[in-house]
Write a protein that binds this ligand. Structure first.
Ligand SMILES: C[S@@+](CC[C@H](N)C(=O)[O-])C[C@H]1O[C@@H](n2cnc3c(N)ncnc32)[C@H](O)[C@@H]1O
Length: 246
């Protein structure tokens, strides 16, 4: 349920923004990947871009600084407050909208590109989200996003043993001692993500599983949540490039 996800982000946005090391611009892999990253958007000047789940606006602001016209949509007012502060500190114009990626408040064919990083693990109804994204993209428009790799997510990072079933999809909760609100997330398999994209009308052009077998290439992340040893054995992120056919 969207309200549960919103409640988590309203409760934790300030902590997240003060501790997470989110790079500016499109960063599909996050801090743990060090130098490994992919330049998938190319020249964004004058492109109309929708970031679906823009969080603190690091990506939206970075793309606007490269000359794109960016709309950043997010469920959480607290996250959007950080995004607005960031844009005004940097002196760039980004339109930030409070809303849900499964019900986009935009007219059809409004954008050249839709993107995000690390958002769809929070979204239960990927079918609705992908249908909506397809609707608001122009024909030929690209949809590029990353998610935590569904196979990595079922392995315990300390023991490196599989502790969850890959096939046990859907809603699950994580309880943190310091936060009363549970963290509600959704597990999707790779084939489910692919099927939802195809059903929505997208052509999937590439899947990326960035990584290397050298543990030294990785960083443990701001909360020690990433495990270089495990990341050198399994991809921690899945990056998808799709397109609305012309
Ligand atoms: C981990 S952040 C991703 C933002 C940025 N890429 C980052 O790594 O910080 C996840 C964001 O997705 C947003 N979000 C989750 N579900 C959403 C939904 N259904 N509609 C809009 N935003 C959503 C959350 O509010 C949060 O700001």
């Amino acid at each position: 349920m969207t309200n549960e996800v919103r409640a988590w982000w309203e409760a934790t946005a300030d902590y997240f923004q003060s501790t997470a090391d989110v790079a500016e611009g499109a960063d599909w892999t996050g801090a743990a990947y060090g130098d490994i990253d992919l330049d998938l958007l190319g020249d964004v000047r004058d492109r109309e871009i929708l970031e679906l789940g823009c969080g603190g606006g690091q990506c939206a602001v970075g793309l606007a600084e490269q000359g794109a016209e960016v709309v950043g949509l997010d469920l959480s007012a607290a996250q959007l407050a950080h995004a607005k502060d960031r844009a005004s500190e940097r002196g760039v114009s980004v339109r930030f909208v409070e809303g849900d990626v499964t019900r986009l408040p935009f007219t059809p064919e409004s954008f050249d590109l839709a993107c995000n990083a690390y958002v769809f693990q929070w979204v239960g109804d990927l079918d609705a989200c992908f249908r909506e994204t397809h609707r608001v993209l122009r024909s030929g428009g690209r949809f590029v996003f990353s998610v935590p790799h569904p196979a990595y997510e079922v392995v315990d990072s300390e023991s490196e043993r599989v502790t969850e079933s890959y096939f046990d999809t859907g809603r699950y909760e994580i309880h943190h001692e310091e936060v009363e609100t549970p963290q509600v997330l959704y597990r999707h398999t790779v084939s489910e993500i692919h099927r939802a994209l195809v059903d929505a009308g997208f052509v999937v052009e590439a899947l990326h599983e960035p990584g290397t077998d050298d543990p030294e290439a990785y960083d443990p992340g701001p909360w020690g949540e990433c495990t270089p040893s495990l990341m050198s054995k399994l991809p921690a992120v899945l990056v998808v490039e799709a397109r609305k056919s012309a």
